[in-house]
Design a binder for this molecule. Structure first.
Ligand code: ADP
Length: 650
């Protein structure tokens, strides 16, 4: 029978497994048990509506048999099983969503084991992990509903590693899968034979698979006291200990989320999360809900600390896992989880879900709405608590998912404002790190009217923004908005705790006194011809030229008027670049050039305007260029600007 070759990426994974120095070889058992449990889940689900399965919940089981003489470890289940073609496609290629990323990392990685380790940890390794301990693996599987009692009702997949595998027909009495692992010979470094020891196996099951709902059965050695025929000195039968073998269920089977809170340590929750949701990092928070009432349910939810590699792609599937009395009925139920909290992972289990309705219908179940609303409140409360009690942890979370919360505010047209406003943070000019809005408000001096913000491409740019200098000098904190979405967020929020947001670009910053304002107005009237001249010199590039009350040491600044700001313009431009010309074509910010009447440059401009119009025109262009540069907006014609500087200075 001809050997079939593994698909190339699978082959590399396999080689990695075979030569693995991975210290956690033991996880192979967990992986195989998880697969067995999934297979039983599937058949159990079918059995709900299909009498022909002929099994009830009590009949399903996973069994582990160690044969020390033959050096084999056999893991069997009576789940759905696989047809020959399923064996081919499931075990011949890596059929997991992480495989693309995996391949990428493999390609980028050298042959070094350090990166191998990462890969193993990150994706779990599934079936292939058997090769970390196996010299040869045989899979005998019969799919449910496949080919009855004939001689060839099942298939046998055999592989000794990277040189390929074979699939042949065989006979198996009942549907399900049997995985026979021939354990490797012991080496100096590794005692593979320990995986045939009862002690190791029971411990591994307890460590990794204790919560698996299906019974995991194994022969275990027990001792009992028996009476012998010999008499002791008092004439009673002597007793002695005798070992015997009994098949036992070695996992406790209660899903972790159904166990009482007091019974489950934080570490256990974290371990469960990492294994089930394939994450290397501990979650920043675990939320446990056990609700009675209109709908009774248990939930165990996790807030991850890092975003999965595909989180911001279409590949990412959000949603919670739905269980009905311990049976998984839906893997990604997104109806139960609001979009802005889509980073939350976890499990919701309720006896109240009606199982015989189709999955589609289930999505519109009224019960789901009740749960969804409750869960949203719990997540919000947990995040707020984290922010209040452990800001460092919150910062970790926020780095990964803060942007999601901001999108939640911006996209919801204000619908989620109150829910999410407490949870977002912006970089503070004073604290020099992101802070929550309530902290900003708390820090405001009594006379400060507004929440000030400045938006631009980077913190360092904003730190030097001319128009922000005065606000800072007054001792007011400024929030620096550097994400594209930030200005939209602030716009939707409008206010926080009754304090309005105000851009440092605004002509009214709320602290100018009436006299100052009048003075500037007067100066503008006095210099109207000059300001008009500057505007004309700039050839339509600016919508207005004004005298500014907010500049101190700088000669000019660039602001905007109307709805669209420079940041929005930049955002729309990048959207346009991504999506082609279209709806964003017309989005241009109306620029305003603000001049500092107190700065020597203004006197020079004034003088030139009176005596040398050409020079005044050059000055206008120079000042505009300076305004662009400090605002972080690229010059349209850098060479012309450079010439201008030379011409005026030298
Ligand atoms: P994963 O479980 O992450 O999908 P695996 O490599 O462990 O990846 O398994 C690949 C596929 O093979 C599974 O998705 C499943 O369809 C099938 N499979 C593995 N083990 C079993 C089993 N014991 N019974 C039925 N199908 C199985």
């Amino acid at each position: 029978m001809a050997k079939r070759q593994f698909k190339s990426e699978s082959k590399r994974l396999l080689e990695l497994m075979i030569n693995s120095i991975y210290t956690h070889k033991e996880i192979f058992l967990r992986e195989l048990i998880s697969n067995a449990s999934d297979a039983i889940d599937k058949l159990c689900y079918i059995a709900l509506t299909d009498d022909k399965v002929g099994l009830t919940r009590e009949d399903f089981e996973i069994s582990i048999v160690a044969d020390k003489d033959k050096k084999t470890l056999t893991i069997s289940d009576n789940g759905v099983g696989m047809t020959a073609s399923e064996l081919e496609s499931n075990l011949g290629v890596i059929a997991r969503s992480g495989s693309l990323q995996f391949k990428k990392e493999m390609d980028e990685s050298t042959e070094g084991n350090a990166t191998d380790l990462d890969i193993i940890g990150q994706f779990g390794v599934g079936f292939y992990s058997a090769f970390m301990v196996a010299a040869k693996v045989t899979v005998i599987s019969r799919a449910y509903g496949d080919s009855g009692d004939g001689e060839n009702n099942a298939s046998k997949w055999v592989s000794s590693g990277a040189d390929g595998y074979s699939i042949t027909a065989c006979k198996k009495d009942t549907p399900g899968t049997e995985i026979i692992i021939e354990i490797k010979e012991d080496t100096d470094d590794e005692k593979y034979s320990k995986y045939l020891e009862e002690y190791t196996l029971t411990n591994l099951v307890r460590k990794y698979s204790d919560y698996v709902r299906w019974p995991i059965k194994m022969d275990v050695t027990k001792s009992r006291q028996i009476e012998t025929d010999e008499k002791d000195k008092d004439g009673n039968n002597k007793k002695e200990w005798e070992d015997y073998i009994e098949t036992e269920i070695i996992n406790s089977r209660v899903p972790i989320w159904q166990r009482p809170k007091s019974d489950v340590s934080d570490d256990e929750c974290a371990e469960f999360y990492k294994e089930k949701f394939v994450d290397q990092a501990d979650p920043v928070a675990v939320i446990r809900v056990s609700a009675e009432g209109l709908v009774s349910y248990n939930a165990m939810l996790f807030i991850p600390s890092v975003a999965p590699y595909d989180y911001f792609t279409r590949e990412f599937k959000a949603g919670l896992q739905l269980y009905s009395s311990g049976i998984m009925i839906m893997e990604h139920c997104s109806d139960i989880l609001s979009e802005h909290f889509r980073f939350v992972r976890g499990v919701v289990d309720s006896q109240d879900f009606s199982l015989n309705i189709s999955r589609e219908l289930l999505q519109h179940d009224r019960q789901l709405k009740v749960i969804s609303t409750n869960i949203e409140k719990k997540i919000k409360a947990e995040l707020k608590k984290l922010m209040d009690d452990d800001i460092e942890k919150y910062e970790t979370f926020y780095k990964a998912f803060g942007i999601q919360l901001k999108y939640g505010i911006a996209n919801g047209y204000g619908m989620n404002r109150d829910l999410l406003a407490d949870l977002i943070m912006f970089y503070s000019s004073k604290a020099e790190k992101p802070i929550p809005l309530d902290e900003y408000v708390k820090n405001m001096p009594e006379e400060q009217k507004y929440i000030y913000f400045a938006s631009g491409e980077s913190i360092s740019l904003l730190d030097k923004l001319p128009q922000a200098e005065q606000v800072r000098d007054k001792g007011y904190e400024i929030l620096y908005l550097t994400d594209d979405i930030d200005e939209f967020v602030v716009k939707v929020l409008g206010k926080f705790e009754e304090k309005e947001f105000r851009s440092v670009n605004d002509s009214d910053l709320g602290y100018e006194n009436e006299e100052e304002k009048k003075e500037i107005e007067q100066q503008e009237t006095d210099n109207k011809d000059l300001l008009d001249f500057v505007k004309e010199s700039l050839d339509g590039k600016v919508a207005a030229v004004r005298l500014s009350g907010k500049l101190k040491s700088h000669p000019v600044c660039l602001t905007t008027q109307g709805e669209i700001t420079l940041e929005m313009e930049r955002y729309f431009k990048s959207m346009q670049a991504q999506q082609g010309v279209g709806m964003f074509g017309e989005m241009q910010a109306e620029r305003v050039l603000e001049l500092n009447a107190e700065h020597p440059s203004f006197a020079a401009l004034h003088d030139a305007f009176a005596n040398d119009k050409d020079k005044a025109k050059d000055f206008s262009k120079l000042l505009y260029g300076q305004a662009l540069l400090t605002a972080g907006v690229p010059l349209e014609d850098p060479a012309e600007f450079s010439e201008l500087v030379s011409k005026l200075v030298f």
